[in-house]
Structure formats: structure tokens, C-alpha cells
Design a protein around this ligand. Structure first.
Ligand SMILES: [Ca+2]
Ligand SMILES: [Ca+2]
Length: 272
């Protein structure tokens, strides 16, 4: 293959063996840089050739990964769902998440959201997987029902091997937020959308597993504030309502209608 020709060119020019094997080139980014540098030196740094070699190197990485089982920590962040189909008569669904990965199942039934077609979940689910041959990760939106048993609203299934062995996906510093349609076996129509993202962190044997970064997706806490308004003075208050040409003035202030505040009344003002 092409590596053989590169070796031969190098051999002819420098009368010595090409300093890298394909395995060495694939071992690190700096090795790849050095390799490209050598291609430049021997005038083989044609863009198409480099592209081809990169593919070759990548194929080599994948082949190696496919030959060994790699453990990886999997994080599934579920943010929210919207437009969820109703599974109740006369009200919206009461959704919660049920996540399955192989034998493992995590139910968030305790935190179902009553009558909510657009629930905010903000939940992190963690699993450990083994690649290749990982089972799919399944996200189910369920409808809580106290009396008649819970119903599936819809589900979506994520192929983890696809991502684990995708160089492009692995190279992404921040994994993209996905908008995933969920489906029910009774219809081909979407039953809503779940927004989520995934992180897969390979754990190297022998080395201490790198502490996987966790994103905080808890909603902002609701804070109580006290607003104080001081009314110091009023001017030009119309007083024609009163036969004596005076008004009994007080000020009303409110943020919402249920929580009005009034000042004490200043009786018998002439202009406010
Ligand atoms: Ca309901
Ligand atoms: Ca229900």
C-alpha cells in the first residue's frame, strides 16, 4: 500500500529506514504532526495524499479499537421534552423518564410532572459500557397513572457504538444537544421531542480513570427578594372629586394583583 511507497522514497532520499511505523503514527497527535512534517521534507505533502494517510491512520485506530474491548463511562444529560402526546383522557400526560441500557434500568417515576406536555427534566443518567458491542441506550417518556397503570408516551433509541467509533464525534469538545423525536408503536407520527446530549469517556486500563467532568444542569434556584418602595411625595393630584376640593390620597403598589400593598391614607390633601 501507499505506506510502502513512502518508505521507499524515504529510503532512496536518505539512505535510511523510514522512522515510523503506522502504529507509531497513530499513537499520538504529535507523532502525526511529525509524520506530516516528514511528508513535507520528502515532497509528498500533497493534500490528497495527506487526506488519504489520515484516513488510513484513522482506519488503523478503529481496527485496533475493534479488536479490544474498551470500558467507557456514559453520561446521558436529558434537558427537557416538548409537545408530548397525551395518554390521559381530558388532560395532558404526566411525564417521567425511564432510561434503559442493556440490563440496567433507571426510572425517574417519583418525579413525574402532573399534566405537563413540556416538562423540564434536567437530569443526568450514568452508565458504564463496553465497546464494541454496546447495547443501545433507550429513552422512554412515560405517562404516570395511579389507577390504570403507566403508559408509554414515546421512546427513542441511541446507538452508542456508532458514536464511540466515530472519530468526528469523539473529536467534538462539547457534544451537541440533540433534539430527538420519540415514537410509539401504534403510529408513525412523532409523539414529542426530547432534548439531550451524550458523553462517552473511555477508561484506560491500568491508569486511574480520569475523573469525568460533570455539567451542572440543575435549574436555577428560585430566590425570594423583598422589594421596598418608599413614596416620598405626590404632586398635582386632581381633587375635583370632593365637594370640599380635597382628596383622601393613598398610593397602591403591586407586582401582581393578589399581593397589593397600600400606603396609609393621607386624608384631606389639597394638591397631593
Ligand atoms: Ca394527566
Ligand atoms: Ca396520566
Amino acid at each position: 500500500m501507499i505506506m510502502t511507497y513512502i518508505r521507499q522514497i524515504y529510503q532512496k532520499l536518505y539512505d535510511s529506514d523510514f522512522p515510523f511505523t503506522l502504529d507509531q503514527i497513530t499513537s499520538s497527535n504529535s507523532m502525526q504532526q511529525q509524520f506530516i512534517h516528514i511528508l513535507e521534507k520528502i515532497d509528498c505533502n500533497k493534500p490528497r495524499l495527506i487526506e488519504f494517510m489520515k484516513d488510513e491512520v484513522y482506519r488503523n485506530i478503529i481496527t485496533k479499537q475493534l479488536q479490544t474491548q474498551t470500558q467507557a463511562a456514559i453520561q446521558l444529560y436529558v434537558l427537557e421534552a416538548f409537545d408530548l402526546a397525551s395518554r390521559d383522557i381530558g388532560s395532558f400526560s404526566d411525564p417521567y423518564l425511564l432510561i434503559t441500557f442493556g440490563e440496567k434500568e433507571i426510572s425517574d417515576r417519583d418525579n413525574y410532572k402532573l399534566d405537563e406536555p413540556n416538562p423540564k427534566f434536567n437530569k443526568l443518567f450514568e452508565f458504564v459500557g463496553s465497546f464494541p458491542g454496546s447495547p443501545p441506550l433507550e429513552i422512554r417518556c412515560m405517562d404516570f397513572d395511579d389507577l390504570f397503570g403507566d403508559d408509554l408516551i414515546g421512546k427513542t433509541s441511541i446507538d452508542l457504538d456508532d458514536r464511540f467509533f466515530s472519530g468526528d464525534w469523539q473529536a467534538l469538545e462539547e457534544k451537541p444537544i440533540e433534539y430527538r423525536q420519540i415514537y410509539h408503536q401504534s403510529t408513525s407520527l412523532s409523539q414529542g421531542v426530547v432534548t439531550c446530549w451524550l458523553e462517552i469517556e473511555p477508561q484506560t486500563k491500568g491508569k486511574k480513570a480520569k475523573e469525568q467532568k460533570k455539567w451542572n444542569i440543575e435549574p436555577e434556584p428560585v430566590l425570594d427578594y423583598e422589594v421596598r418602595v418608599c413614596v416620598m411625595d405626590t404632586k398635582n393630584v386632581p381633587t375635583d372629586g370632593d365637594i370640599e376640593g380635597v382628596a383622601d390620597v393613598f398610593i397602591k403598589a403591586y407586582i401582581d394583583d393578589k399581593d397589593k400593598k397600600t400606603t396609609d391614607t393621607h386624608f384631606r390633601c389639597q394638591t397631593g
